[in-house]
Design a protein around this ligand. Structure first.
Ligand code: ADP
Length: 451
């Protein structure tokens, strides 16, 4: 930037300087010609005009030349032919010379040119004498325009150097002064600071830079967020696999241990029968686990169409099916099921949500407790008077494989997939699930249908 300004300054001022020097040289040349003409007229006035043609001898010419400090003197006859010349005695006629022609016409004539005979720049002045009987011409060598140009060259060159120095200095001062706010702007932008323009001309630029900085920041945040999501997804996948492996390990170890004992023939009679029963139970457990995992995973890819489902009917049927389990634990059931509540979903999805919540309310209830199931057009709720859930676990119960009491995992309870399936299905339908609970008093799960 600085270099550009410097070279532009140097170029512009150098061109201006050269043009100016040409114009000055020309003006000087023209005015010097006027002075020369005046001088030559004064010189001519000293010529003795009473002389006749016959008296115009080379000696007289030489004497007159000497009187005029060596000026060239030419005597010409009435036709402009040479009588004599103090410098050049070429016989040719001088009648065609501009100053002679003018003198023949007007009485006197002036011209400046390179002498065709002497090859020097001369200023000529010719005057008519005695009514055209003869002509006297005097000439002095003068500087040509080129000479003037050439003689001014050292001065011009010195000024050019000076101009360069001044340009360097001015460019340095001006650019520092002008570019300082721009540099400050760029520095602030690089440091991601909020940019404030010091002068109104830079306000648009500052606003633009601020916007670009904001955009960049937003993009960086988005990239960071996306990265975090990828990391989270990977972590969640790893956790899922670790959980599955863990859940599978327990029944497999048990199956393997008892199968080995049976194969070795160590167990006999009742012991062998119990061992075989354990192997059977654990195999069922494994089958259930695999089915639960498949069920859990299928929710995401399940794009089956929805339709109107009679939720009241599903709730009633579920309670009927679970009646033995309810009475087995002496639980009192309170039903508030509005008839014909229609939901936009699928039969199996509603059954899964209602079933999981009711089964949990039975499973985690206390002996002789109560269970309240309510369904309206806006919500479905299940309340129990069971063990309740501690505050710190309330948020985690919807996580995959989360069970409050690990020792019961997979025994009376499930694998900790039930509530995560419920949450997934609710989210898919656009429903909202919430829980309120108090340890030792009971829990209430509510699904709100309104979006
Ligand atoms: P599980 O198959 O173990 O029941 P869920 O996902 O259904 O898995 O439940 C996760 C955990 O939340 C359970 O292990 C249990 O500790 C707790 N929980 C769920 N429902 C209730 C409830 N009604 N009362 C007390 N605790 C519950």
């Amino acid at each position: 930037m600085k270099k550009r300004i410097l070279w532009t300054g140097v170029l512009v001022s150098a061109i201006a300087l050269i043009v100016f020097s040409f114009i000055s040289a020309e003006l000087y040349y023209k005015s010097s010609l006027r002075y020369t003409e005046d001088d030559l007229q004064m010189y001519m006035d000293r010529f003795d005009s009473s002389l006749t043609v016959d008296e115009l001898t080379p000696e007289r010419a030489a004497a007159f030349s000497e009187e005029l400090f060596g000026a060239r003197v030419t005597f010409l006859n009435e036709n402009g032919d040479l009588i004599c010349d103090t410098v050049d005695d070429e016989e040719e006629s001088r009648a065609d010379r501009p100053e002679v022609r003018e003198a023949m016409r007007e009485g006197e004539g002036f011209d400046t040119r390179i002498s065709s005979t002497m090859r020097i720049d001369y200023s000529y002045y010719c005057r008519q004498f005695q009514g055209g009987a003869y002509y006297v011409r005097i000439a002095i060598s003068t500087q040509s325009l080129l000479d003037v140009y050439l003689s001014s060259f050292p001065v011009v060159f010195t000024f050019l150097l000076l101009d360069l120095a001044v340009c360097v200095l001015m460019t340095y001062l001006f650019t520092s002064f002008i570019l300082k706010p721009v540099e400050k702007l760029a520095m602030d932008a690089a440091r991601r600071k909020r940019i404030k323009a010091d002068c109104p001309e830079l306000e648009t630029l500052a606003a633009l830079m601020n916007r670009m900085n904001d955009d960049a920041e937003l993009q960086m945040k988005q990239i960071a967020d996306e990265k975090e999501l990828v990391v989270k997804a990977q972590q969640s996948k790893n956790d899922f696999i670790a959980n599955i492996t863990h859940e599978m390990n327990t029944p497999l170890t048990s199956i393997k241990g008892f199968a080995e004992l049976l194969a070795a023939g160590v167990l006999t009679g009742d012991a062998a029968r119990r061992a075989a029963q354990t192997v059977l139970q654990q195999s069922e457990r494994l089958t259930n686990l695999v089915a639960s995992i498949i069920n859990y995973n299928e929710i995401d890819s399940d794009d089956l169409p929805t339709y109107e489902v009679n939720a009241s009917k599903i709730a009633e049927e579920l309670l009927e099916t679970l009646a033995p389990a309810i009475s087995e634990r002496n639980i009192t059931l309170y039903k508030h099921i509005e008839p014909d509540v229609l939901l936009e979903s699928r039969q199996e999805r509603v059954t899964e949500i209602f079933g999981n919540l009711i089964r949990n309310a039975i499973r985690y209830n206390r002996e002789g407790g109560s269970l309240t199931v309510a369904l309206s057009k806006t919500e479905f709720s299940v309340a129990d008077t069971g063990i309740g859930i501690a505050k710190e676990n309330l948020e985690r119960i919807f996580d995959r494989f989360f069970t409050v009491d690990k020792s019961h995992s997979g025994k009376g309870g499930g694998f900790g997939l039930g509530l995560s399936v419920v949450k997934k299905l609710c989210r898919k339908a656009g429903w909202w699930i919430s829980v309120e609970s108090e340890v030792g008093k009971g829990s209430k799960f509510t699904v709100t249908f309104t979006r």
